[in-house]
Design a protein around this ligand. Structure first.
Ligand code: NAD
Length: 348
């Protein structure tokens, strides 16, 4: 099948491949849509089995960014950067400076920030060569690591979900199974623990789970079993595909809501969750906090009140999706896709 016909391609406006042998940079920048503004989305650095896997990941993630930015109601289209993690030792400064030059060569159709495997100091290197970058910890409008704001958006979204599904106003006493204790997952756990929730956690990084056990009273679970806990909420906060044909039948939580991008391995998993009476919080709606924070920085004037209002807006949008899903008896992911596409079409 030609790349143009693949479901991942989905009419991307452009896809760019960059290589810089000196630094070891091999990167993909996918620009899905600029209908609502320049394409914005983080950069992921990860080990991929094949170059095609990296391209597919960039395409999937950039389409989700178009939807995410539309649902967050920010003036950006969707794009994503993927850096193929070089083998062996890397010079991060050299690598991310080369990446900054790559972004700059696109002339502003794509703006970046952090995603999995990328830190604020990496973004500082990027910023030496382009102004189309956010999530910086220095500068006039610097907004820093977006992860805590992503976690705050998920936390507010989970309140909407428990109200809808369990009829309660608080997370106190609820059991939450969190998959992945990275930048967002750990921050979410801190908020959940402070709100009185009971935590079950898994990560392939032992130091992270030990810290959660020690500091937050969390119970450590094998990563292979975290989705199957008898919890009220399953919160995927690692990589994509947590809801797949194998895990779906084992999920016992009544709500799925977390930070990870592309949680549904295939979109029919949304139907499967609905059939099992599990309320799914569409990932690109509930995890839009980080990009809202980056958008505030990219506007040139960081305003925390604007960010706070936008986070409340995300929670309201989620509530609206739940109501429509219930009234129409259709999965929440379908409702969200339809709303996002309508917002993009309206801007075209
Ligand atoms: P991160 O790299 O800091 O954390 C990911 C964590 O998942 C790591 O601790 C890793 O060890 C763990 N992990 C990986 N595979 C696992 C497995 N099989 N089981 C359990 N744990 C596993 O990344 P992050 O920034 O916290 O992002 C987490 C997710 O949220 C990603 O999908 C990311 O795309 C998404 N997201 C992040 C942001 C943000 O602001 N950082 C915004 C929106 C969406």
């Amino acid at each position: 099948m030609s790349v143009f016909d693949s479901s991942n391609f989905d009419d991307h406006e452009s896809v760019h491949l960059f290589s810089d042998p000196e630094s070891g940079l091999k990167a993909v920048i996918a620009v899905h849509s600029t209908a609502r503004g320049p394409a914005a989305g983080g950069t992921r650095m990860w080990h991929y089995q094949t170059d095609q896997d990296a391209i597919d990941d960039a395409l999937n993630l950039s389409r989700a960014m178009s939807y995410k930015n539309a649902m967050a109601d920010i003036p950006f289209g969707g794009g994503k950067g993927v850096i193929i993690h070089p083998d062996g030792k890397i010079n991060r400064r050299q690598l991310f400076e080369a990446y900054g030059r790559a972004i700059d060569s696109l002339g502003g159709i794509y703006c970046t920030a952090e995603d999995v495997g990328v830190s604020t100091s990496d973004m500082t290197h990027v910023s030496r060569h382009t102004k189309f970058v956010g999530g910086l910890d220095q500068g006039k409008a610097a907004s820093g690591d977006p992860s805590p704001v992503t976690a705050e958006g998920v936390f507010r979204g989970l309140h909407v979900a428990v109200k809808n599904r369990l009829g309660v106003d608080s997370l106190s006493g609820l059991k939450v199974a969190v998959q992945g204790l990275g930048h967002v997952g750990y921050s979410l756990c801190e908020k959940l623990a402070a709100a009185g929730a009971k935590l079950w956690v898994a990560d392939i990084n032992q130091a992270a789970v030990k810290k959660a056990e020690h500091d937050l009273g969390a119970t450590i679970v094998d990563p292979a079993d975290i989705h199957a806990q008898r919890a009220d909420i399953f919160a995927p906060c690692a990589l994509g595909g947590a809801i797949n044909s194998e895990s779906i039948e084992e999920i016992k939580a009544s709500i799925v809501g977390g930070a990870a991008n592309n949680q549904l391995d295939t979109s029919d998993m949304g139907h499967a969750l609905m059939r099992r009476e599990i309320l799914y919080c569409p990932d690109y709606v509930i995890n839009g906090g980080g990009i809202i924070n980056v958008a505030a920085e990219l506007s040139g004037k960081y305003d925390p009140r604007w960010v706070d209002q936008k986070l409340d807006g995300l929670a309201d949008t989620l509530a609206q999706i739940f109501v429509i899903s219930n009234n129409d008896n259709r999965p929440t992911n379908e409702i969200a896709d339809q709303m996002a596409q309508a917002r993009i079409n309206a801007a075209d």
